[in-house]
Design a protein around this ligand. Structure first.
Ligand code: KIV
Length: 275
């Protein structure tokens, strides 16, 4: 069954947890879709995991469109959610609608995600008015790394906690269809989840959210530049890949790969004519 904003809302109502993973390419999209992952997020974390940047700020609309289009080609049932990169929506409401539209038209996304609470509500309202589903993202918002002064848990003081509750209510009122909460204390995330009627998806926000998201390279053990506390390695694919690369290298050097079964035949008659 295809995942839509309506099926996601029903999942929240029924207490059926939502699964989201970041996904940046066609073959990974096919695997995740086949495994039943409900939302494939083309996160701007691709700046770190795919492009090797130190943070997400250099990621461009062109990067996001290319990766979103690749994921869309591989996703049959999953909801394809594309991140709006840094400076694609902060500059104006007009830019926000235009760039959200590009992710839909050129990337074939089903919805867009942007970072921020109350301060991006004008953008959320305008994008939603263009019939584009929006996922808001509050708590630790990586595009604000320089303003935050590092990656820190958010909402720990009474004032900050109240602000996050307000942000959640405001993005819902602005028309957001779902809400990602990153690095938010579990009890606070649970309160926010009970306060809003839109699905909440947590990353480092505890089990009380309506769903969970992880960066795929993190959960597969393929990315070790930094590992936040909330990451669980569901497999050590990085080690398996390194071993496979080493085995390939050894076989090529030893002349044992390719073997007979990996080669194409030609008749001796044709070969003889070459001499
Ligand atoms: O860019 C990203 O991968 C994200 C997730 C961490 C939610 O925004």
């Amino acid at each position: 069954m295809k995942t839509t904003v309506s099926t996601l809302k029903k999942q929240k109502e029924n207490g059926d947890k939502i699964t989201m993973l970041t996904c940046y390419d066609y073959s990974m999209a096919k695997l995740m879709d086949a495994a039943g992952i409900e939302i494939l997020l083309i996160g701007d974390s691709l700046g770190n995991t795919m492009l090797g940047y130190e943070n997400t700020l250099p990621v461009t609309m062109e990067d996001m469109i290319a990766h979103t289009a690749a994921v869309s080609r591989g996703a049959k049932n999953a909801f394809v959610l594309a991140d709006m990169p840094f400076m694609s929506y902060q500059t104006s409401v007009y830019d926000a609608v235009l760039n959200a539209g590009r992710l839909m038209k050129e990337g074939h996304a089903h919805g867009v995600k942007l970072e921020g609470g109350a301060r991006v509500c004008p953008q959320i309202e305008a994008i939603v008015a263009a019939d584009i589903p929006v996922c808001a993202h509050i708590g630790l918002t990586p595009q604000s790394i320089n303003a935050f002064g590092g990656f820190k848990v958010q909402g720990k003081s009474e004032e900050a906690a109240r602000q996050l509750v307000e942000d959640a209510k405001k993005v819902e009122a602005a028309g957001a269809s779902m809400l990602v909460m990153e690095c938010v204390p579990a009890k606070l995330a649970e309160i926010i989840t009970k306060t809003v009627s839109i699905p909440t998806i947590g990353i480092g926000a505890g089990a009380g959210c309506d769903g969970q998201v992880l960066v795929n390279q993190d959960m597969l053990g393929m990315f070790d530049d930094f590992t936040p506390k909330f990451v669980k390695h569901f497999a050590n694919v990085g080690e398996i890949m390194k071993q496979a690369f080493a085995d390939y290298s050894a076989e090529v050097k030893a002349g044992t790969f390719p073997a007979q079964e990996h080669t194409y035949a030609i008749s001796d008659e044709v070969i003889d004519k070459l001499y």
